[in-house]
Every structure is written in C-alpha cells, then in structure tokens.
Write a protein that binds this ligand. Structure first.
Ligand code: PHE
Length: 349
C-alpha cells in the first residue's frame, strides 16, 4: 500500500508539473516578441535538455500501469506547446505581429470624389470676376419662343439664324435657344434700369459634332443698361475682365462686326494663349483668339422690351466658356468636354 501511495503521489506530482509547464509555456510563447525568443522557448521547454524532458525522465519512478497515462498527458502538453510555437513563428514570418506592413513604393489609391466640370469651373470663375464688377448672375429657359430668341432681338424670322437648318424647332414657334441673348429681353422686361447681369447657360444649334462645334454648348451673356453708358464703359469692363481672367496685361482688341441686336457691334479678341501671338494652328496663325461677340444694345431691342431708347443705352456681350476653357488648357478638340471620359475630366478637379 505504501508503495502504491508513493506512486500515486508521484503521478499527481508529475501531472501537476505538466500542467504548470503547459500554463507557463503558453504564457511565455504567447508573450514572445520575436522569432528568436520563440526559438529559445522551444529549447527551454521542448529541447533535449529542456523542462519537458526532465519531467519525462521521472516516468521510470512509476509502475508500468501508471506510465501510459502520464506519458499521454506529457504528449498532449508537448503537442499543444509545439503547435502554439509553430503558429506564432508563422505569424512572425508573415509579419502579422510586426505591425501593419506598408509598401511605401506603391502609388496611392485615391477615391474618386467627383468634381466640378472644367467648363463649369470656368463659368463660375467668369461670374465671380463680373460679380466684383457689379454684375448679378441670372438664368433663363433653354426652351424658348422664337419671339424671345429672335424677334425681340431685332432678328426677323427670315434671318438665316432662324432657319430650320440652324435651329432645333420643338414645335411651331418653340425652339431650343440658339444663344443666351433672349435672357436680355427677359431681364429687361422684368426689371428697370440700371441693369448689370451675366447669364451662363447651355444653347443649342444644329451644328455637326466636330473638333470645333457641338450641338449643345455653353454661352455666357452679359448685359449692362443705364443712362449714359458708352462703348468706353464696355471696353474698360471687358479689358478689366480679360486681365483678371487670363492674368496680367494680356493684349485685347475690339474688331468691328455685325449682330442684329447690337449697333455698333464688335468681336473681342485676346492674344492667343497657346502661342503667345507668334501664330499657331489654334489661332489659325493670326496670333489672336476671338472670345466674344458684343456691341451696344440696338434701340429696336430696347423698344421691344419696353425701355425708352432715347433715355437708356447699354452694352451686351456673349462668350463661349467652352472655347475659353480650351484656350486656357490648350485643349484642341471641343468634344473632349462632352465625352465624359473621367481619365480626361479627372485632371481638372
Ligand atoms: N448672341 C450672339 C451669338 O450667339 C453673341 C452676342 C451676344 C453678340 C450679345 C452681341 C451681343 O453669337
């Protein structure tokens, strides 16, 4: 009985040691902070002269019936620790425990956030400059009557601009506006002078879709009406605008032209922004870029809108922000603005 009791206590002692070995080993392996530390723990716990070996050596003190159970428990502890060691070692190899692995040589992944279309950006910028010059931004309908689009603007319906070949007719007397000028008449009918407005918007013409034409495009109308406004006011205002928009004292010239709703009329040109004036395909080798049509409001337009042409004078202008944006960015095909190719448009945000 004594010897059985003695063995029972050795069995208990060894099983207790194994449990403690497992607990300590798991804590140590779990807390290891490098692959090297794991290796020395493996030697310390499972090595030939390690702690598990020294427990196993004492199996000889047990009777043959008692050894298998303690041996099996020793194997379970060995397998558990060895699996944990392998797992953590694999973690170090993959870098999982070495903090986030960052490859600083990879190009950044930025999320597409959307943005304002480059032509709209130019529209906004032009309106900002005119706001500083005292102009209010207004809008008007894209579906217009022929009366506002043509007749009130001193343009008879047998004028070539009103031709079916040039204009989208939606119904008899109803068109997609061919310019923003009808908003001149709408503003004059709604408000009394003094008037200073800018009117950005889309206009439509039965033009081919090619490098320099689009059937729908942006225009920006300007109108100033008051007593005593002269062409000198117009020149000063437009010169101030050009200098602010293009930056610096960019040369501007006013060239005689014709529009039914202005008299006299002028085209405004600025020094070609692409070649600097030496001549290039973009300016057709003239060194100048046309940026707007303009002139003093025709007395017949004032009469058609209920203003006294003896009392009031004013100037009007119409520019194409799409064309102006092309000049600014050196874009040579107007279709680029309208194809919605994000690889292109994304460069402007
Ligand atoms: N509406 C004219 C056009 O579309 C431009 C313009 C506006 C001319 C105002 C004179 C005055 O070509």
């Amino acid at each position: 009985m004594t010897s059985v009791d003695a063995n029972v206590s050795v069995v208990d002692e060894l099983v207790g040691q194994l449990a403690e070995l497992r607990r300590e080993g798991e804590a140590a392996v779990g807390g290891a902070s490098s692959a090297q530390e794991l290796e020395s723990l493996r030697v310390e716990y499972l090595g030939r002269k390690g702690r598990l070996t020294s427990i196993l050596r004492r199996l000889g003190e047990l009777g043959p019936g008692e050894r298998p159970a303690v041996g099996a428990e020793a194997n379970r502890v060995k397998d558990a620790l060895s699996a944990l060691l392998d797992e953590r070692a694999a973690g170090f190899a993959a870098g999982a425990d070495a903090g986030p692995r960052v490859d600083l040589t990879l190009p950044g992944r930025h999320r597409w956030k959307g943005g304002v279309h480059p032509v709209t950006q130019v529209v906004d910028e032009i309106c900002e400059i005119f706001r500083d010059l005292g102009f209010t931004r207004v809008g008007g309908p894209e579906v217009e009557t022929t009366e506002y689009n043509f007749t009130k603007l001193n343009t008879p319906l047998d004028h070539p601009a009103a031709d079916m070949h040039d204009t989208f007719y939606l119904a008899d007397g109803i068109v997609l506006r061919t310019h923003t000028s009808p908003v001149q008449a709408r503003v004059m009918e709604a408000f009394k002078p003094p008037i200073r407005v800018v009117v950005p918007g889309t206009v439509y013409r039965r033009d081919p879709f090619d490098a320099s034409h689009a059937p729908g495009f942006e225009q920006l109308e300007g109108l100033a009406v008051d007593e005593g406004i002269t062409f000198a006011d117009f020149k000063a205002t437009i010169t101030a605008f050009v200098h602010r928009f293009f930056g610096g004292a960019v040369p501007v010239r006013f060239r005689p032209s014709f529009f039914p709703f202005t008299e006299p009329s002028a085209e405004v040109d600025v020094r070609c922004q692409i070649c600097g004036g030496s001549g290039c395909p973009a300016c057709k080798h003239t060194g100048w870029m046309e940026i707007m049509g303009s002139g003093m409001v025709h007395p017949n337009v004032f009469t058609a809108c209920g203003y006294d042409p003896e009392r009031y004078t004013g100037y009007a202008f119409g520019m194409g922000p799409g064309r102006i944006a092309m000049q600014r960015y050196g874009v040579t095909d107007i279709r680029m603005w309208y194809e919605d190719d994000m690889r292109f448009l994304g460069q402007f945000t």
